[in-house]
Design a protein around this ligand. Structure first.
Ligand code: MGD
Ligand code: MGD
Ligand code: MO
Length: 695
């Protein structure tokens, strides 16, 4: 699928889902057959090359075979092979399109094989690079936050278990790997796990087959959640105990980024209510369980010192993660610690780079080529499920929206849950841009707004993962996803579930704005969007307008100003407190559903003039207030209409739009969209485009 990132690429490879292993197998063969191997590196610093090459040859033995396996054009495959071969400094960045797959480990192996084969690893500008997504994904691994590892990069081998056991004086330490997330929830569903403590994750939304995961939670005898928010889908699945945890900005500790740099996170907000740091909550529970002496931490600094000591304990260079040099930090030194690269051993400073000279953390210090399996998706499409559903993120929201979902600025760009469909598939399945569709898989169903886009592959759907039962009526996309997983990593195949799509008609569209949160009627399709000054809901429905009028009278209380044209299918009503809108409802046929962006601005403005109040329900509230359209630049709140006006007035590049409107001049993440708007307007400056490509 073409993304904003892909727009700046010299070469875009829109391969068939799950076929990365074939692409990189073909590349390995090309490198081997055309004299691009670093034979010296392969011989001295790696093992397993011959088997890996034989396997790669059987998967994709040349350009044509690679093109066939991946669905790419031969000239694109050839261009990619050439670019990789000819460029000494190559970084291969990969994230969930590679990992979240039942063949994810093999995809990664196939990538790393090409870097081993060329010796392009651990050198300046040359390395495979896994973009772990969570801000502290690395830190999570360092402290052993996965079910298949112990702390400080130790695993469940007898010597490691013994070492951690002695260090922690923990005779009953776990002696084997635990269940990974998907299998864990399956075991809960079977009643094999009876107690669960969820901390800092929202699995009822984010797991595959999420409806099954959510119902499994009901079987627990003890279900504890540590959370920042009072409610999310996991909490409402029936938590028995809710522990209020401090959030980012409120708590103190460290995080580690993708280049192994540990940074201090300092609290800059007061502690709200009874909330406590997660470490404190864990320690207090441990004390009640009778492990008091082991959990007498007075601060995050004390925990960090112990963590650093364990990393160095009986290490002697055998484990990469060693921050023994930080194990004696005073509280003050911890507080003022500058970002530090690991390893940071007691006898030396940070080590800027691993692996350039081999020296991998394996028994013989050699890197292992791994021969991947031929890539095959674990599910099949058929007549009933002719498409595949790809899922992922959008720019403006973070995962399950418990925090970004409260920002009016972020909610202004793409406020509704949607499914992206290729124009040909839209025709085939009778879908129009801006209409609604039901997406169905063997696991669940969602009703989403249709976005028709040529950036989507034929045969593929894409839906963002962010919406949940907390903020939408029918958009728990995780519920659609097949729970098949990679045999080694346990990652689910979240990007390729067989699916069907069908149009779903609503007679009425519209929205509700309210100073207080509302519960929408069960029959309505709705999505909550953060707005300034209250709560906003975009809605669609087939129930009669009289019913909506009664509903509004009941929830709004007080006196309503109303405009109804039930015959024409239009109903608009508002209540006021003083001169400001208290609650308002706009409903009508799609072309007459009210202007969400304009009314939202009036709602946020507070007191309205007499004219504005009179015009509000007329269907033309925009007079004297030009709608900025959906916000494209979230940093400066610049809307699409303003950007299109600037383009019409002569702006020919993202930079020129920035000069006029500031749009794109802060974080820059809207620049691809600015460029797209210029292209769509047909006014793009071709020379400027070349300049960008050349630089
Ligand atoms: N705004 C925002 N940013 C985030 C997050 C967020 O929630 N919101 N989450 C963070 C986290 S935790 C993570 S893990 C990262 C994830 O970052 P990404 O991995 O960039 O995010 P996804 O949206 O999952 O995108 C995966 C991409 O892979 C493509 N893809 C699907 N199948 C395949 C395939 O078989 N092969 C290939 N090559 N590509 C495929 C998809 O079309 C999609 O464009 O983002 C981080 N950043
Ligand atoms: N279909 C599909 N599913 C996916 C993905 C996909 O691409 N497609 N991506 C997957 C990926 S890569 C990821 S990372 C997951 C993300 O999925 P989750 O981790 O489930 O999503 P979040 O919304 O980040 O959940 C974090 C929860 O922790 C709470 N929280 C935040 N800070 C703290 C804290 O300091 N302490 C405590 N105790 N709680 C806190 C938040 O309020 C929130 O409820 O989703 C995965 N699921
Ligand atoms: Mo992630």
């Amino acid at each position: 699928r073409k993304t904003d990132t892909s727009e700046d690429a010299d070469l875009f490879l829109g391969l068939k889902p799950g076929t990365d292993t074939a692409l990189f197998s073909g590349l390995l063969v090309h490198l081997a057959d055309n004299g691009f191997l670093d034979r010296d590196y392969v011989e001295h610093h790696t093992s397993g090359f011959d088997e890996a090459l034989v396997r790669a040859r059987s998967i994709a033995g040349g350009v044509a075979a690679t093109a066939l396996a991946t669905g790419l054009a031969e000239q694109d495959v050839a261009a990619f092979f050439q670019m990789f071969a000819a460029t000494a400094r190559v970084v291969t960045l990969y994230s969930q399109g590679v990992n979240q797959s039942a063949q994810g480990t093999d995809k990664v192996n196939a990538i790393i094989n090409c870097h081993f084969a060329t010796g392009r690893i651990g050198k300046i500008g040359a390395s495979p690079f896994s973009l772990t997504g969570q801000p502290n994904a690395m830190g999570g691994r360092e402290v052993g936050g996965l079910s298949n590892q112990l702390a400080a990069h130790m695993s469940f081998t007898p010597p490691d278990i013994d070492r951690v056991r002695r260090f922690w004086k923990a005779p009953r330490i776990a002696t084997h790997e635990g269940l990974k997330a998907v299998q864990l929830f399956e075991a809960i569903g079977r009643g094999e796990i009876k107690a669960l403590w969820v901390m800092g994750t929202n699995p009822a939304v984010s797991l595959p087959d999420a409806d099954a995961a959510r119902s499994a939670l009901k079987k627990l005898e003890l279900f504890v959640i540590s959370e920042n928010v009072l409610s999310n889908d996991t909490v409402s699945a029936g938590a028995h105990v809710l522990l209020p945890a401090l959030a980012w900005g409120e708590k103190s500790g460290t995080v580690t980024n993708s280049e192994r740099r540990i940074s201090r996170q300092r609290a800059f907000l007061p502690v709200p209510g009874e909330a406590r740091p997660d470490w404190w909550i864990v320690s207090e529970v441990a004390k009640r369980l009778g492990f008091g002496p082991a959990f007498e931490y007075g601060s995050a600094a004390a925990i960090f010192r112990e963590h650093a000591s364990l990393s160095a304990f009986e290490n002697d260079g055998s484990r990469d993660f060693d921050i023994g040099g930080l194990s004696e930090l005073s509280d003050e030194a911890f507080d003022t610690m500058a970002p530090v690269l690991w390893p940071h051993r007691s006898d030396e400073a940070g080590q800027p780079r691993f692996f350039a000279g081999g020296e991998f953390f394996t028994g013989d210090r050699k890197g292992r080529f791994v021969a991947p399996e031929r890539p095959v998706l674990r599910t099949e499409i058929n007549e009933g499920r002719p498409l595949r559903l790809n899922t992922g993120r959008i720019r403006d929201q973070w995962h399950t929206m418990t925090r970004t979902g409260t920002s009016p600025r972020l909610g202004a760009h793409l406020p509704e849950p949607f499914v992206e469909v290729h124009p040909d598939d839209a025709v085939r399945h009778g879908l129009a841009d801006g209409s609604f569709a039901r997406v169905t898989t063997d696991h669940g169903q969602c009703t989403l707004k249709v976005v028709v886009s040529a950036r989507q592959q034929r045969g593929m759907l894409f839906a963002p993962i962010h919406w949940s039962e907390a903020n939408a009526s029918a958009a728990r996309v995780g519920a659609l996803v097949a729970p098949v997983t990679d045999a080694f990593s346990g990652q689910p195949e979240s990007k390729a579930t067989p699916a069907s799509i069908a149009p779903y008609d609503y007679v009425f569209r519209g929205f509700v704005l309210s100073r207080t949160p509302l519960k929408l009627p069960d029959h309505a399709w709705w999505a909550r969007a953060a707005v300034s000054g209250g709560s906003g809901y975009l809605i669609a429905d087939n129930a009669d307008l009289n019913g909506w009028s009664s509903w509004l009278h009941a929830v709004a209380g007080g006196e309503l100003a109303e405009y109804d044209d039930f015959g024409g299918g239009v109903y608009r009503a508002a209540s006021f407190t003083g001169e400001a809108i208290e609650t308002c409802l706009f409903l009508g046929p799609a072309q007459d559903a009210g202007d969400w962006d304009v009314v939202k601005e009036l709602f946020a403005a507070g007191p309205l003039t007499d004219d504005q109040r009179r015009m509000l329900l007329s269907g033309k509230p925009a007079q004297g207030l030009a709608s900025a359209g959906p916000v494209v630049c979230a940093c400066f709140g610049v809307g699409r209409n303003a950007i299109c006006d600037a383009i019409a007035a002569g702006a020919r590049s993202a930079t020129e739009i920035g000069v006029r409107l500031k749009a794109g001049t802060n974080c820059g993440s809207c620049i691809p969209e600015l460029k797209r708007l210029i292209v769509e307007s047909g006014t793009a400056d071709p020379d400027h485009g070349k300049l960008v490509a050349a630089s």
